[in-house]
Design a protein around this ligand. Structure first.
Ligand code: S1T
Length: 542
């Protein structure tokens, strides 16, 4: 087989199920093999940020590798922000970039797309990925590709593969599956028993589950652990969507001062907080971190476990959860999850729409048609999603990049086959909304709820005095037909309900509902979040 075929089969063998990309001359030979071999389904989009977000969300949705293929320089650098998001949010994204051929490296001329040196891109990518390989040696390539893909899955972070265009058809052996790296067995046993002793001695132990639980496919195991130990479970902001199908005593999502105060109270006053795969960051712990007493926490993430002040290294979350189960008795105990009081029952009247109405409308829809996965952008739409039923959610809740929602929803549909709801603000839609134009040829039909408050609302909440936060009215719904979908603009709650019913009944074309709201219509969660963050950073007094 050729190097290109070995790479594609290696990707498939490690769990990749599709590719997203935009070609360029340095990547054309590889794209030709992608198309002709048919080893993996392949989707082209319009702009590299969208490629990165779609591939990232495809991987998140399936719990496996997402793959983005781009060209050298302009293509790869255009995608950097998406790779940064995947790195920050621990998403296993494989970035493959075409590159100048080995035979082209000797000439006197600069090559187009080159910045400082031909190695600059590789150096930059080192900063954004957890492992890298330049495929300049077909003899060693299988082993190196295997190492990089294993790193991607084990660390759940992006990796970078640079592919010189003149080696695409070089003969090559298949990519092997390397054995997983494993923890020291004694350290694993000691770590788990130290944790269980602490939990047994505590009066108010709680599990806080984060994004790694989803990334490593541990939902059912963590739910089982919580039942055996009879512990309540909260998710972090990034972990929202976890346990939507699991039997555990889920109390909701912890968002510090911005969220439900009874959940915050339970987490912050716990005398033994077991954090499993949580990104400890300002969006949830920012205003509350001082209240977390490190002596009473266990923090397992990034292949290490901190038990109070003890540190166990090179120990994966999967191994830890398995060992915790190993050391606990099975139980017939069923959890009694607290039924969260999400708003439902939209009054279909002529009143203007506020964000909670959208949550109400979506929850009513789920009641009638069953739950749907959600892809959300950053903005008030994501805070409003906290009032929607706990279904699968992909969102940039930590890195907080705009432009994620639309392409992520498309990636989610490509990888799971399920029709998603996309939540997006008008500011973010201006960035990547155009990608919807690619739905028609692939048969994707997401329902897009566009929160149009004609402003950069989160920023206006921080700094209401600045008029640069106002945006023009682009009439997005009107653009839908030419992009291959259906669009409708709604102003009242009755119109919202009718539009949502119509959208769910119409299959095969994307459905855009442009929801007009006033600039000051914002969710309580956003208001609390901005106030809490503002107090912390000194941007707002309160
Ligand atoms: N550029 C990118 C790529 N991501 C960002 N997060 C920002 C800039 C900064 C930024 C926000 S929130 C926000 C901006 C510009 C406004 C979002 O506007 P819109 O999508 O209309 O949603 P809403 O009106 O609900 O706020 C952050 C978080 O720093």
């Amino acid at each position: 087989m050729t190097l290109a075929e070995a790479l594609l089969k290696g990707l498939k063998g490690h769990g990749a199920a599709e590719l997203f990309g935009i070609p360029g001359d340095f990547a054309l030979p590889f794209f030709k093999v992608i198309e002709q071999s048919g080893i993996l389904p392949f989707y082209t989009l319009s702009h590299e940020p969208g490629v990165g977000f779609a591939a990232d969300a495809a991987g998140r949705g399936r719990g496996s590798l997402g793959v983005a293929v781009v060209t050298y320089g302009a293509g790869a650098f255009n995608m950097l922000n998406s790779v940064a998001c995947a790195y920050a949010e621990k998403s296993p994204l494989v970035v493959i970039s075409g590159a100048p051929g080995i035979s082209e490296l000797q000439g006197d001329l600069l090559l187009h797309h080159q910045i400082k040196t031909l190695g600059s891109q590789y150096e930059v990518m080192k900063e954004f990925t957890c492992d890298q390989v330049l495929l300049n040696d077909p003899a060693n390539a299988p082993e190196q590709i295997a190492r990089v893909l294993r790193s991607c899955l084990e660390q759940s972070r992006p990796v970078y593969i640079e592919f010189p265009r003149d080696l695409v058809n070089a003969p090559c052996d298949p990519v092997p599956l390397l054995p997983p790296t494993t923890a020291d067995p004694q350290a694993l046993i000691d770590c788990a028993s130290e944790i269980l002793n602490r939990l047994a001695a505590a009066e108010r132990p709680v599990i806080l589950a984060g994004v790694e639980v989803r990334r490593y496919g541990l939902e059912d195991k963590v739910a089982e652990l919580s039942r055996r130990l009879q512990l309540p479970v909260a998710t972090s902001f990034m972990g929202r969507g976890l346990f939507s199908d699991s039997d555990c005593q889920l109390i909701g999502s912890y968002i510090g001062m911005a969220g439900d105060q009874s959940i915050s109270e339970t987490v912050e006053t716990s005398d033994q907080l077991l954090m499993l795969g949580v990104i400890v960051c300002d969006s949830n712990f920012g205003v509350s971190a001082k209240r977390l007493d490190i002596r009473h926490t266990v923090n397992a993430s990034d292949q290490e476990v901190k038990v109070g002040f003890h540190l166990y290294q090179q120990l994966s979350l999967t191994e830890l959860v398995d060992e915790l189960l190993n050391q606990t008795e099975t139980t017939n105990h069923h959890a009694s999850p607290v039924k969260p009081n999400y708003p439902r029952g939209l009054e279909a009247d002529d009143n203007p729409i506020v964000p909670t109405d959208i949550a109400r409308a979506v929850n009513d829809l789920f009641d009638r048609h069953g739950p749907m996965p959600i892809a959300s952008d950053i903005g008030d739409c994501l805070f409003t999603a906290m009032d929607m039923d706990n279904t699968q959610l992909v969102a940039p809740g930590y890195y907080a990049t705009m432009g994620f929602g639309v392409p992520a929803g498309m990636g989610l549909q490509a990888s799971t086959g399920q029709r998603p709801i996309i939540l997006v603000g008008d500011g973010a839609f201006q960035m990547t909304g155009w990608e919807l134009g690619n739905c028609r040829r692939y048969g994707w039909d997401p329902i897009v709820l566009l929160f149009n408050n004609s402003c950069w609302g989160m920023l206006a909440t921080f700094q209401p005095e600045s008029s640069f936060n106002h945006l023009d009215d682009w009439h997005f719904a009107d653009m839908s037909a030419s992009l291959g979908g259906d669009g409708v603009r709604v102003q009242t709650r009755a119109e919202l309900q009718t539009a949502l019913n119509q959208a769910v009944e119409t299959r095969g074309r994307f459905q855009l509902i442009e929801i007009m709201m006033t600039a000051d219509a914002r969710s309580a969660t956003l208001q609390q979040f901005v106030e809490a963050q503002g107090r912390r950073t000194g941007m707002r007094k309160g």
